[in-house]
Write a protein that binds this ligand. Structure first.
Ligand SMILES: Cc1cc2nc3c(=O)[nH]c(=O)nc-3n(C[C@H](O)[C@H](O)[C@H](O)COP(=O)(O)OP(=O)(O)OC[C@H]3O[C@@H](n4cnc5c(N)ncnc54)[C@H](O)[C@@H]3O)c2cc1C
Length: 429
């Protein structure tokens, strides 16, 4: 019997250190309005501390300066990091740099590692992932229009992208483009590194969003709209092989989704703690809110939903560690929409119990809520992941003219199966 839901004690100690460190050293930063340089000054010593603990860039293999922990351990770490938006940066695994580093690492030449990967890991360079286009459905990347055409020893790129997170604060973009329109897009798309200062890269704006309606151009975390007009980059900026775009995207997105889901649980837990604290503190109609059955339902449902999301996610992580990303496809798709909905519901209940205070910016809940809404869209909308799950599950079934559980049909079959014994029973009457 190999079912085991425990964390090994040595790793649990690291997690405990992380919980205290994130709560005591990182939470306080959230309340300050810091510019980039001051944030860096305040967080640099924290990064050093994380490195000393051997927890820096833990998503990467040891030869890339990481810990090679595997997805289950990483998932447990991300659950803690997700509780504060600043924590991933202090631990060297903030999106999209972490995913891009993994991507470059998969197919990187020595030159690419030297030029892009090492500086990215050291935090000297920043990156963004540029795939979604305003004119085509991001849910169906086989429709991508952005083209990269080989001309001598250069790629010439033309296209229009948006929602490139951190595009305006990045040093380089990991671009997904069609390099061969004559084959199926699954074989005809490629990923190419494009430095932002290449002529023809035009970052026209940072798109205002529900989470950040007042964008300040170039701020970390913004989502950029970018035109690529006759952009020329050397052929060696191709990541992996020509036509690898979709394979690379899948490799990047699998672990990324585990980390997202576990970070959402960290956020959910923070909202849940606020929900419970308020339930015990607020008094109305003769009792505390904690004594109202509706509020008890919110607490019980939230706890069950978070536990379900946690187990689903850790199981998906375990399956990835055991059998690889492609075998865990259904599990990964399932946690994406399930986890996003849990996050959204728990924050919503936490806002509700706080009444007007929950709606105000005096609490972090309204901002958490606005950010949480995006979770149901990025990295694939809920509906797309549901399609994946349903399609894969349906492969395990066959159509039947008569339902296979049809009782009269089964009764006839049972009579035939047991005919001899049934005859004997009738004869003995
Ligand atoms: C905060 C945020 C950050 C992002 N960061 C990045 C980034 O860094 N890089 C990047 O390239 N992109 C990024 N994106 C874009 C994101 O990946 C896309 O928004 C997403 O893939 C959906 O594509 P779309 O917006 O074009 O919506 P569409 O593809 O047009 O889909 C719209 C809606 O149609 C419905 N739909 C689609 N397909 C189906 C289906 N099969 N069945 C039923 N309904 C369906 C869904 O309800 C979906 O929400 C980001 C988005 C957000 C919100």
């Amino acid at each position: 019997m190999a079912w085991d839901f425990s964390t090994d004690p040595e790793f649990e100690e690291k997690l405990e250190w992380m919980r205290t460190f994130v709560r005591e050293e990182i939470y306080p930063l959230e309340t300050l309005d810091l510019d980039e340089a001051t944030f860096r000054r305040l967080t640099d010593p924290l990064r050093e501390e994380v490195k000393k603990q051997g927890l820096w860039a833990a998503h990467l293999d040891p030869e890339l300066g990481g810990q090679g922990f595997g997805q289950v351990k990483l998932g447990l770490m991300h659950e803690i990091l997700g509780s504060s938006i600043f924590a991933p940066t202090v631990f060297g695994n903030q999106a999209p740099d972490s995913g891009n580093a993994e991507l470059i690492a998969i197919g990187a030449t020595d030159e690419q590692k030297e030029q892009w990967l090492w500086p990215l890991l050291e935090g000297k360079l920043r990156s963004a992932f540029s795939m979604t286009e305003p004119e085509t459905a991001g849910s169906d990347p086989t429709l991508l229009k952005t083209r990269a055409v080989r001309d001598g020893d250069e790629w010439v790129i033309n296209g229009h992208k948006w929602f490139t997170s951190n595009g305006s604060s990045a040093d380089f973009l990991v671009l997904m483009a069609i390099t061969n329109p004559d084959v199926h897009p699954y074989q005809g798309a490629s990923m190419i590194i494009v430095p932002v200062d290449t002529p023809g890269v035009d970052i026209v704006r940072d798109v205002p969003t529900m989470a950040e309606p007042d964008t300040e151009f170039g701020r970390y975390g913004n989502h950029s709209e970018i035109y690529y007009r006759d952009v020329r980059v050397p052929c060696e900026n191709l990541i992996g092989n020509e036509g690898d775009g979709f394979v690379l995207a899948q490799k990047r997105l699998g672990p990324g989704r585990i980390h997202h889901c576990m970070r959402w649980l960290g956020q959910s837990k923070r909202a849940f703690d606020m929900l419970c604290e308020r339930a015990l503190s607020r008094y109305a109609f003769g009792t505390t809110l904690a004594e109202k059955q509706t509020v008890q339902n919110w607490i019980a449902d939230s706890a069950a939903e978070m536990q379900a999301a946690r187990l689903l996610t850790l199981h998906a992580a375990w399956k990835m560690d055991q059998e690889g990303s492609s075998k865990a496809r259904v599990e990964i798709a399932m946690i994406k929409y399930f986890g996003a909905t849990v996050l959204y519901n728990v924050i919503d209940r936490a806002i509700q119990i706080h009444g007007a205070l929950g709606y105000s910016t005096d609490l972090p809940l309204e901002a958490m809520y606005r950010h949480a809404r995006a979770a149901r869209l990025y990295d694939g909308a809920d509906e797309v992941h549901r399609v994946t799950v349903a399609r894969q599950i349906l492969k395990r079934y066959e159509p039947h003219d008569m339902p296979s559980e049809h009782i009269p049909t089964r009764r006839e079959a049972a009579k035939q199966k047991f005919a001899a014994l049934l005859d004997e029973a009738t004869a003995n009457l």
